[in-house]
Design a protein around this ligand. Structure first.
Ligand code: GRG
Length: 304
């Protein structure tokens, strides 16, 4: 058995469930709104890794959830993720020109249209997730639970909260490691945890009191923080061509990162430890947890 080949094949399988769900959407685009739809699709189909949808589908699969509903939930997650990237790149935020090796949304479309495209994707996520027809095999209470999980993770208690800490910390000379961690638990971590928890919810595990929910939450929290540390490391050690954006932009913009606060070796060590802890929290799943373990290792060693 080739572990890497199996991982890639499974990853592709989850991706194709997502892509099919996306393909079936966007049937009718009113002519007058064509530009905003085009900008939304530019963001959504821009060659991202789709790690949040894959994580959601993998957890759903592991726990025996409805994969058709899982694909819809995964699509909603990817809409939120891409909205956040479009807005994050805007001149009033990070003012970035390049993402995934292509001009950012506001460099291709007028800035006001890029702003609306982000808003459009945000709202589309909740339209997708609240459509009863797509969740025919899932109890309404479960669907409501999915909606609540996503709204909480994307909102001011989650991703928006983290982005706020990030913007305000730019004015500070220094910030503590605990504030940096808190910022990333919210900004990047909340949506990653949400992806995994939505997979749990789809399989009927909806509460903190349930051991499976707790284990998956712990796994994804560690993974989310590790993902961000890797992002910070790649900004120093990555290859611009592979990464699809300039290297060294964090240092140039005097961003507070795990590398700037801890140094490269300590950040690398923390990344390794968090990944090991994430993998350890899957112990109860035994061999069935193989994909999630390989997923954690993939994020640890990714080059983009
Ligand atoms: C503006 C509301 C608002 C929120 C922005 C998540 C976020 C908050 C900003 C993203 C900024 C950023 C680049 C953070 C680093 C971690 C991260 C989310 C990287 C991009 O995610 P990937 O690697 O992207 O999953 P792909 O391109 O693969 O989809």
């Amino acid at each position: 058995m080739n572990k890497m080949a199996d991982f890639k094949e499974k990853y592709r399988e989850y991706l194709s469930l997502l892509e099919e769900e996306i393909r079936q959407d966007w049937q009718e685009i009113p002519e007058e709104q064509e530009m905003v739809f085009s900008a939304m699709q530019y963001g959504l189909n821009g060659g991202g890794k789709r790690i949040r949808p894959v994580l959601c589908l993998a957890v759903c699969d592991l726990l025996g959830g409805d994969m058709k509903a899982g694909a819809r939930a995964a699509y909603a997650l990817e809409c939120i993720h891409n909205y956040s990237l479009i807005h994050d790149d805007l001149p009033c935020m990070d003012n970035d020109d390049l993402r995934r090796g292509r001009p950012t949304c506001h460099k291709v479309y007028p800035e006001n249209i890029a702003l609306l495209a982000g808003d459009g994707l945000l709202n589309h996520a909740f339209a997708l997730l609240s459509d009863r027809r797509a969740f025919a095999g899932v109890p309404p209470e479960t669907q409501l639970c999915l909606l609540r999980e996503l709204a909480a993770a994307a909102g001011a208690y989650g991703m928006i909260g983290g982005q706020t800490i990030d913007l305000l910390s730019e004015e500070e000379q220094e910030i503590s490691l605990s504030l940096l961690e808190q910022m990333h638990r919210l900004k990047t971590g909340a949506l990653i945890r949400c992806a995994a928890r939505m997979g749990c919810i789809l399989a009927g595990y909806t509460g903190e009191e349930e051991k499976i929910f707790e284990k998956i939450s712990t796994f994804s929290e560690k993974l989310g923080l590790a993902f961000q540390i890797k992002d910070d490391i790649l900004d120093v050690t990555g290859d611009e061509q592979v990464l699809g954006k300039p290297i060294g932009s964090d240092a140039e913009n005097e961003k507070k990162t795990f590398v700037s606060l801890m140094g490269l070796p300590a950040a690398g060590q923390k990344l390794k430890e968090l990944t090991e802890e994430a993998v350890a929290s899957l112990a109860d799943f035994g061999e069935d947890g193989w994909f999630l373990r390989a997923f954690a290792e993939f994020l640890l060693s990714r080059t983009y």
